[in-house]
Design a protein around this ligand. Structure first.
Ligand SMILES: [Zn+2]
Length: 328
């Protein structure tokens, strides 16, 4: 099973919900594999109830935390803008109910897909009259275990335990199947997937609130949060860098040129956007913030980034800045 990266507490709250449900589902699914008829139906209903509870828990989490994510990003944006002397329209007015709902909807949509995937597995087991044909890797082994256990007079609990292990293997790696927007099928463990979606939602909310507030205040510059990625991901190349929302800046490259249109750059990416005010930063900080890959600013067909570096340096140094950092 894939390891879950370190989680923020708010995200961990949702992951715990999914991990607990995953355990209960595993017990129920393994019981269903060795039951027949009406008993199987009762267990199937139990699974539906667990998934329903999970859905409610997910909505409750979204209701509590998504406004918090948006608010804290908005608070940072407003603070930075006010510190720079920009008059910020009424605090809190930036984030609409619609935005909260939209972000919540994309989270619950994704997570409900995961639940639906578990439900369809449960349904297939429930309806199956030939488990060994439909679940060649899982049920065959499980039924063999039962067979050998019965033949050897093995205790029922031990058999259940062995089936549990088989199911756990399946459950950890292969139960949740999600079809990505590019059509690729991806499978995740339930709790891993919930963590990934929640973490991404958090980063998306941060970027969204920042962009909303910047647009409202007519502010063009945003910065990728400077925190390092946990795993030394490629997106570290962009951390702390500043981008132009409009794409019209001579110094800072367009935000739209970033992979994925800006952070979060990839699943588990903890980078977001913050408002950037050059007047509040030192020359050195501004230089560092702009010292991005100068190829972003090259004209079509241009191959040597030195013109860009030179132009930027001349426009900004006024003789006070040291030579620009060379692109590695
Ligand atoms: Zn990142």
């Amino acid at each position: 099973m894939a390891n879950i990266p370190p989680l923020d507490d708010d995200v961990a709250a949702l992951v715990q919900l999914y991990a607990a449900a995953a355990q209960r589902l595993e017990v129920a699914l393994s019981a269903m594999l060795v039951q027949e008829g009406p008993r199987r139906f009762i267990i199937f209903q139990r699974i539906i109830r667990i998934l329903e509870e999970l859905k409610n828990g997910t909505s409750a989490w979204a209701e509590k935390f998504i406004p918090e994510f948006l608010d804290s990003a908005d608070f940072s944006a407003v603070s930075a803008l006010e510190a720079s002397g920009v008059t910020v329209p009424q605090f809190g007015a930036s984030i609409s109910e619609g935005a909260v709902r939209g972000i919540a909807l994309s989270l619950t949509d994704n997570l409900n897909k995961a639940s639906a995937s578990v439900q369809s597995l449960a349904q297939r087991i429930f309806r199956s009259t030939a488990l060994e044909r439909e679940f060649p890797t899982l049920a065959n082994q499980a039924l063999r275990e039962v067979g050998s256990g019965l033949a050897g007079g093995e205790a029922n609990a031990a058999i259940q335990g062995r089936i549990g292990n088989l199911l756990r293997e399946q459950f950890a790696d292969d139960v949740v199947t999600v079809v990505a927007s590019n059509g690729r099928r991806m499978t995740f463990a339930l709790d891993y997937y919930a963590g990934m979606v929640a973490q991404n939602t958090k980063a998306q909310a941060r970027s969204f609130a920042t962009l909303e507030r910047a647009a409202q205040a007519g502010h063009d510059l945003v910065r990728v949060t400077p925190n390092p990625s946990k795993g030394g991901d490629w997106c570290d190349a962009y951390r702390g860098r500043v981008y132009s929302i409009s794409g019209g800046s001579d110094i800072y490259p367009p935000l739209a040129g970033l992979p994925n249109g800006g952070p979060p750059f990839h699943p588990w990416c903890k980078h977001g956007l913050g408002v950037y005010v050059p007047e509040l930063s030192t020359d050195a900080e501004n230089r560092e913030a702009a010292a991005t890959d100068p190829r972003f600013l090259m004209q079509p067909g241009e191959e040597d980034p030195n013109r860009v570096i030179r132009a930027w340096w001349e426009a900004n140094s006024a003789g006070t800045l040291p030579a620009p950092i060379r692109n590695a």
